[in-house]
Design a protein around this ligand. Sequence first.
Ligand SMILES: [Cu+2]
Length: 146
Amino acid sequence: MKHIVLSAAVALAGFTGLAACSGDTAADAPRVEISSAYIKPPLAGRDIAAGYFDAQAIGADAALIGASSPVATRVEIHTHTMDGGVMRMRKVDRVELPAGETVRFEPAGYHLMMFGTDFGDATDANVTLSYADGQTVTLSVPVGEP
Ligand SMILES: [Cu+2]
C-alpha cells in the first residue's frame, strides 16, 4: 500500500514537472487566441482610437494586463460601467480570460483606448498585448470599421 502511494506521488511530481516545462516553452505558442480585431480610428480632429477584438485563452486561464502600440503614445485597457445611469469608461489593470471562454472587447464593453495616435495612411497597426504569464504577442490590426 505504501508503495502505491509513493508511486502516485512520483507520478504527480512528474506531471508537475511537465506542466512547468510547457510553461517555459509557451513563448512561441500563443495561449490566447485573438480574433475579429480592429481599430476604430479617431474622430476627425481627435487622436484617441479604440481597439476591439475577441480573446480566448486556450487550455489554461490567462489574463490581459497591458497593451502598447508604436502608433500610440499610450494604450490603456478600459471597461464601461454604468454610474447613476451614465455610461463611464474606467481604466482596468487586468482582464481575466478564463480558459475556453470568449471575452469580447467591444463598444460599450472592454476595449483598448489608444491615446495620442498617429496612423498616417496606415491601414494596419501593430498592437502588442501583454499577459500575466509574461508573454507578449504583437498583432497587426486593421484600422477601420469591420
Ligand atoms: Cu475607453
